[in-house]
Design a protein around this ligand. Structure first.
Ligand code: ADP
Ligand code: MG
Length: 501
């Protein structure tokens, strides 16, 4: 399809994101909410829905949800209600899911995404409305591909606490939807309430997609896409669906309101159920659970304990340390990396006792953005698990700032420190990475190189000063260890000028 045709339509997208909360126990029962146990080992009579059992609200689920609500600027309901949502499926042993319906705990919030600039302009901040955030319990897992004749059921996930974050239909492209899900992931990870792992299903996303002719006010008919299990697939599936709907409208056909499944192998969406087949969930307030009351005191406590969020951190790095916007953005992307950066920087300040804090911040930023992030990505590690802790990284940056090691020496030293847990000074000495900045030690080597190359000395004296590069190379090679090239150049120049007169 041509760009021009696509440009005549405007996509409208709203997302429903589910996040598994990292509580110890389940939403309404004491069994473990941890991911990945042997099938059917994290179960008890309550999560299995045995008759006569009674749910008890996990207050930690409420606290985590409130963290998210406050971090996304929501209104918090002083009183909200858990409701039963009925449907029949084998992975739902009670026959209903405990969720929230018309009285959710959080409403009317927003998050901000940064749109990539067109050309080399500034990034544009766009606000995406959050309609509501509500709490619910997860269902179990049906395994259709483990046995040729049977569907197997694992109830470990039954009753694991979730939040569902429903966005306003404010997103206007697949890219914006991708950036929005990334932002939600970043926030829940900063808050420490969900690990945000889409591949393992701890963060899941359904996309509502419609298109309308540009300039038209009313929304078009939407479809809902499920089963996108990676961030890239969210973008791809929505892109596919937008193009599919535009092609329908262009052919004079109508978009049918339905739920569609993303098939990552075939890179297409296909129908799952239409509106006529949609469930009637027969919602009603769960009579086994009392209303959820949130007091001002509880909210104040949670607000006070909120971590500094990525946006605030980014601004602080720019204002306090003079870091470029790019550096500040990369460093605050993940809370663990930002914590690492700050720990390394304060360790460095301790060594230097102050001085040019901006130069020091930039020096630490450079190493974190290149060496540290590369190794974290390659090894799939969180910053806390890096073999080079912030204290030792500060030691490396200190050696570099003092010109005791060269920039390539710093890279070699970092690589060595990954395998060797001694202090950077010790490793640098051991591996001959310290720059020799002692003129006394270098002098004889400089003399020796000049004496051994009379032809080049003659050329220099006749005005071809570029041969100094040749001499520097010779000295660096002849010397055991890593001489400071600037010192080598200075010594050579001094001796050659002396020879001239
Ligand atoms: P439903 O009644 O089908 O559940 P809702 O109004 O509750 O629909 O909205 C569900 C999600 O769909 C929300 O994220 C909302 O922003 C989004 N949405 C609603 N209408 C549209 C539309 N016409 N196009 C795209 N997304 C939409
Ligand atoms: Mg709805």
């Amino acid at each position: 399809m041509t760009r021009r045709l696509e440009n005549r339509y405007e996509p409208v997208i709203g997302l429903e994101v589910h996040c598994q909360l990292q509580t110890r126990s389940k939403a309404f029962s004491p069994d473990s909410a941890a991911f990945g146990g042997e099938p059917n080992t994290h179960v008890d009579p309550i999560s299995l829905g045995h008759p006569g059992t009674l749910p008890v609200l996990n207050r930690q689920m409420v606290a985590y949800t409130l963290r998210m609500g406050l971090a996304t600027h929501c209104r918090i309901a002083p009183r909200s209600v858990m409701a039963r949502k009925h449907y029949f499926y084998p992975d739902l042993p009670k026959g209903y899911q405990i969720s929230q319906f018309d009285q959710p705990i959080c409403t009317d919030g927003f998050v901000e995404i940064m749109l990539e600039p067109e050309g080399d302009g500034e990034p544009v901040v766009k606000r995406i409305g959050i309609t509501r955030i509500h709490m619910e319990e997860d269902a179990g897992k049906s395994l259709h591909d483990q046995d040729p004749y049977h569907t197997l059921l694992d109830y470990n996930r039954c009753g694991v606490p979730l939040i569902e974050i429903v966005s306003e239909p404010d997103l206007r492209s697949a890219r914006e939807a991708y950036l929005y899900v990334q932002k939600i992931r970043q926030i829940v990870r900063y808050l420490g309430i969900c690990d945000g792992n889409m591949e393992e299903g701890s963060l899941r996303c359904d996309a509502n997609v419609s298109v309308r002719p540009r300039g038209q006010q009313a929304f078009g008919t939407k479809t809902e896409i499920k089963n996108m299990n990676s961030f890239r697939n969210v973008e791809r599936a929505i892109e596919f669906e937008i193009a599919r709907q535009i092609a329908l409208l262009e052919a004079g056909e109508a978009v049918v309101q339905e739920t569609r499944l993303w098939d990552a192998n075939r890179m297409e969406t296909r129908p799952m159920r239409s509106k006529e087949e949609a469930h009637d969930y027969r919602y009603f307030p769960d009579p086994d659970l009392v209303d959820i009351v949130v007091t001002e005191a509880e909210l104040d406590e949670i607000r006070a304990a909120l971590p500094e969020m990525p946006e605030q951190r980014r601004r602080r790095y720019m204002e306090d340390y003079g870091l470029p916007a790019y550096d500040a953005g990369v460093l605050t992307e993940e809370r663990g990396v930002a914590d690492y950066f700050e720990a390394a920087l304060s360790a460095l300040f301790k060594r230097t006792g102050g001085g040019d804090t901006r130069a020091q911040a930039k020096a630490v930023s450079n190493v974190v953005m290149t060496d540290v992030l590369r190794v974290l990505n390659e090894r799939g590690l969180d910053a806390e698990a890096l073999p080079v802790d912030p204290e030792r990284l500060a030691g490396l940056v200190f050696l570099r700032l003092e010109d005791q090691i060269s920039s390539t020496g710093a890279q070699d030293l970092f690589a060595a420190m990954l395998e060797d847990d001694r202090a950077p000074e010790v490793i640098a000495r051991d591996r001959n990475l310290l720059q020799v900045s002692d003129a006394g030690a270098l002098g004889p080597v400089v003399d020796q190189v000049l004496a051994g190359n009379p032809k080049q000395v003659q050329q220099y004296l006749e005005g071809k000063e570029s041969v100094i590069g040749y001499f520097i190379g010779q000295v660096m090679r002849s010397f055991e260890g890593s001489p400071d090239p600037r010192l080598v150049r200075r010594l050579l120049q001094e001796k050659l000028e002396a020879a001239r007169s």
